[in-house]
Structure formats: C-alpha cells, structure tokens
Design a protein around this ligand. Structure first.
Ligand SMILES: Cc1cc2nc3c(=O)[nH]c(=O)nc-3n(C[C@H](O)[C@H](O)[C@H](O)COP(=O)(O)OP(=O)(O)OC[C@H]3O[C@@H](n4cnc5c(N)ncnc54)[C@H](O)[C@@H]3O)c2cc1C
Length: 418
C-alpha cells in the first residue's frame, strides 16, 4: 500500500500498516520525514495532551470530537507516549497538561519515528512529490509522481494542511480528494497570529507580553470568542496563546463582518469591585500621579497608551474624581485594540477546513466516496486547540488509517504510466 505524506499521520499510518505485515511505501515530498513535527512546539514538540480521551476531545469542536472519538480510543495519547518512551524518549507533563520531551527535542521525536519505520521495513522515499491520484473506475489505484506511477490498491493520503508551506504542506491532498469526489470545507486560518489595522501604532509595542489576560473578539459589539492566557504584541499585531486561540473564530467571522479586539487586563476582578479598589488607592495616596494606579498592573511600555485611552490627565490621583477613575477601570477591564486586518493562514499552526468529515468513516478513515482511498491527519476538516491536540489527532487517525488499509488485501507494484 502507499502512504502519501511523511508527517505525523503518515508516519504512524505506515508504521502500523507495516507492523501488521503490509508492504508499505511512504512517499514524502521534502528531503526528510516529519518536517513539521521538527518545528512543532517551538522545536520541542508538544507530543500530546495528558488526561482521559474525553479530556483530549475537549480540545476540539463538538463535530470534530465526535468524528475523532473512535480513532482516539483506538490509539490513545497514553499509547503514543508509551511508544516513544519505550524507544528512549523521556517526557514530562506541564501543569497545563501539555506533554513534552524532557531534554530531547522535536528532532529526536522524528528520529525515533524514523527508526520505527525502519524496524518494520517501510520503504521510505523522500524527495518524492506526488502529483495526483491514479483513479480507475472511481477507485484509487495508486499515485502519480510526475511521469511515473506507483500502483497499489490502497492509498493513504496524509498530506497535512497548507500552513507553513515551506514545510511541504501546500494543500495538495485537498485537490486530489476533490477529484475523487470529496467536498472540501473552505480552508481558513486557525492557531495563527492576528494582524491589526494601523500597524504602525502597534509596532512600537512589539515584544510587550501580557501575562494571564483575557482577549475578547467582538463582532458589532457582541462577543464572538474569548481566551484567557498570555498575549504578545508583534510588529503586525498580536500573537501568543490568546491570539492563536481566538484566531479561528476571527478568521471565520471576518469574511463578512468587522472584528474588534479588546483585552481584559484584570480578569479576576469584576469591574465595579476593581473601580472601588482603584478609588481606595487614589484616596490613600492622593498626591501621586495617575500612573501610580497602573504601575504594578502593566508593563511600562503600555502606560502612556493606556492612560491616553482612558483620557486621564497627568494630575494627582486625588484630583481625578470618581468618573475619571471609573473610566480607567473600564479601560483596564476592556482595553480596545485596533480592528483586525487579517489572520495569515500560512502562519497558523494548523488550518481549519479540509476534507469534509461527513465523507470519511471515523472507524476506519476510509473515504466514503472513493474505494481504496484513506484520509488522515490535518488533510481532514479538523483543527484543535494549542496543547498537543493536533498531533494526537494526526497520530490517532494515522494509526486507524494504516491499520484498516493494511487489513485489506495489499499488493504494491510500480509501473510507468503511459
Ligand atoms: C510551527 C508549528 C508548531 C506546531 N506545534 C505543535 C505542537 O507542539 N503540538 C501539536 O499537537 N501540534 C503542533 N502543530 C500542529 C501539528 O504539527 C500538525 O497538526 C500535524 O503535524 C499534522 O500532521 P499531518 O501528518 O496531518 O501533517 P504534516 O505533519 O504537516 O505532514 C504532511 C506531510 O505531507 C507531505 N506532503 C504534502 N504534499 C505532498 C505531496 N504532494 N507528495 C508527498 N508528500 C507531500 C509534507 O511534506 C508533510 O511532510 C504545530 C504546527 C506548526 C506549523
């Protein structure tokens, strides 16, 4: 059988299939396996997420979780970790449940995966860009690589999404799946930075990090999404966990509507209680400047902008008055940022959209439209949160695709296409 794409899903699919005795050729476009795994988790690789499968499924939207459930139970987060640990990887779990290698890097994870393929005799062909499927009477019969064809009755497509195109993922699998009769749910950015309008204003804040704030995305004044965590200002706008987590909803909604963003810088205190505490501080030291009220709350580089946005004069706090202090509290609780300009799809950790989940059997990863075709990993319309969820979706769906494809009759031949 053939596996196209040597990323997380394809490697596990090929390994599982060959472990069951199938002859497997794994075709990878780039010069090496696991190119995207190597850059994952900032080069450390957040392998998966701790917890029960139901916990892991919470990292996905409901329809995605429903689709992933059988595969995740078939090949769990624990089984994936055990596989790597048995080959020498040492892992630890962060307090937020994300599992990483201890001293080793993402490249070590890829090296272990490559050794697994070698152990079970997978024929790995790197620098082999597949150009299309061979379809015969509506069923998959192999793949084309330029003028050549690799023929096999089972083809697993695990070509990933289309973010970070330099890592080899350029959405090729979606084109082939469409030709095979599949619906491709429109592809959008997810887990991506957010670029703001009027970037020249924001560029001066580049590098400022806010810890434990709530970023809210609003459409016509109504909240569309929110995330609590860290937020980072960049030259173009925002990054960090908060920006990444709301980026999917922002990318979806901004097609038709204008999105504004606001930050709650004091998420643990309700607005009125917070205003009272500011007022009490002002009364306790009335001669201090307005800046004294925010000094301990925010990085210094934000002070001028925040005081200006709250329209606070440079006067002793004792002279500011109730209204001005309330205005400061409101600004800190819902600091309006600029309108969203774009969410760059190519810069996302994953893309949302892809092969419609309604057209793939979740128990086998078999295409419901094209016999002999299996689809797994990010090529599917699945996009989880930050935290190891996306790799787990790839490991689990890859395992199931490889297993079911291998259990069907497998014969591989190569031939020159006419
Ligand atoms: C910067 C970054 C950091 C990330 N960090 C994490 C993390 O820490 N934890 C986590 O869970 N997720 C993370 N992700 C997401 C995760 O990497 C992906 O969800 C996962 O790799 C998807 O696996 P996949 O096998 O479906 O696709 P990929 O891993 O992208 O593999 C697809 C493979 O197919 C190959 N291919 C494509 N087209 C062809 C073709 N025509 N012919 C042959 N081969 C082809 C590609 O070269 C590629 O190697 C991160 C993503 C990025 C970009």
């Amino acid at each position: 059988m053939l596996v196209v794409g040597g990323g997380a899903a394809g490697i596990v699919a090929a390994w599982r299939a060959a472990s069951l005795g199938a002859r497997v050729i794994l075709l990878e476009k780039t010069p090496r396996l696991g190119t995207k795994i190597s850059i994952s988790g900032g080069g450390k690789c957040n392998i998966t997420h701790e917890g029960t499968i139901e916990d892991v499924l919470k990292g996905f939207r409901r329809d995605e979780a429903r689709f992933l459930r059988p595969a995740m139970y078939r090949w769990t987060n624990r089984q994936m970790v055990d596989l790597l640990v048995a080959r020498g990887l040492k892992v630890y779990t962060r307090p937020d449940g994300r599992i990483f290698p201890v001293d080793q890097t993402a490249k070590d994870v890829v090296a272990i995966l490559a050794s697994l393929l070698e152990e079970v005799g997978v024929d790995v062909r790197v620098r082999t860009p597949v150009t299309g499927l061979v379809l015969e009477s509506g069923r998959a019969a192999g793949v084309r690589v330029g003028e050549d064809a690799f023929l096999a009755p089972r083809v697993v497509v695990s070509t990933g999404g289309s973010s970070y195109p330099n890592s080899g993922t350029t959405g090729d699998g979606w084109r082939w799946a469409r030709e095979a009769g599949h619906t491709i749910v429109p592809v959008r950015a997810a887990l991506a930075p957010i670029y703001l309008k009027t970037t020249e204003d924001w560029a001066e804040l580049s590098g400022v990090a806010l810890r434990d704030v709530v970023l809210k995305a609003r459409v016509q004044g109504r909240e569309a999404d929110r995330w609590r965590g860290d937020l980072l200002f960049t030259h173009q706008g925002l990054s960090g966990p908060c920006a990444l987590e709301v980026s999917r909803v922002v990318a979806e909604r901004m097609i038709a509507e204008e999105i504004t963003l606001a930050v709650d810088l004091i998420p643990d205190q309700p607005s009125d209680r917070f205003a009272e505490s500011l007022h009490a501080q002002a009364m306790a030291a009335p001669k201090r400047g307005a800046r004294s009220l925010i000094e301990s709350l925010l990085p210094e580089r934000l002070h001028d902008r925040l005081l200006a946005d709250a329209r606070l004069p440079e006067a002793p706090v004792g002279q500011l008055g109730r209204k001005a202090i309330n205005r400061l509290a409101e600004t800190l609780k819902a600091w309006p940022l600029a309108t969203v300009r774009t969410v760059p799809l190519e810069k996302g950790e994953v893309v949302a959209g892809g092969v419609s989940l309604a057209e793939v059997d979740p128990h086998s990863m078999r295409s419901l439209h094209c016999e002999g075709l299996f689809l797994c990993g990010e090529v599917l319309d699945v996009a989880g949160r930050v935290g190891g969820y996306n790799l787990q979706a790839a490991w689990s769906t890859g395992f199931v695709a490889g297993e079911t494809a291998a259990k069907e009759t497998v014969e591989i031949g190569t031939a020159r296409s006419s």
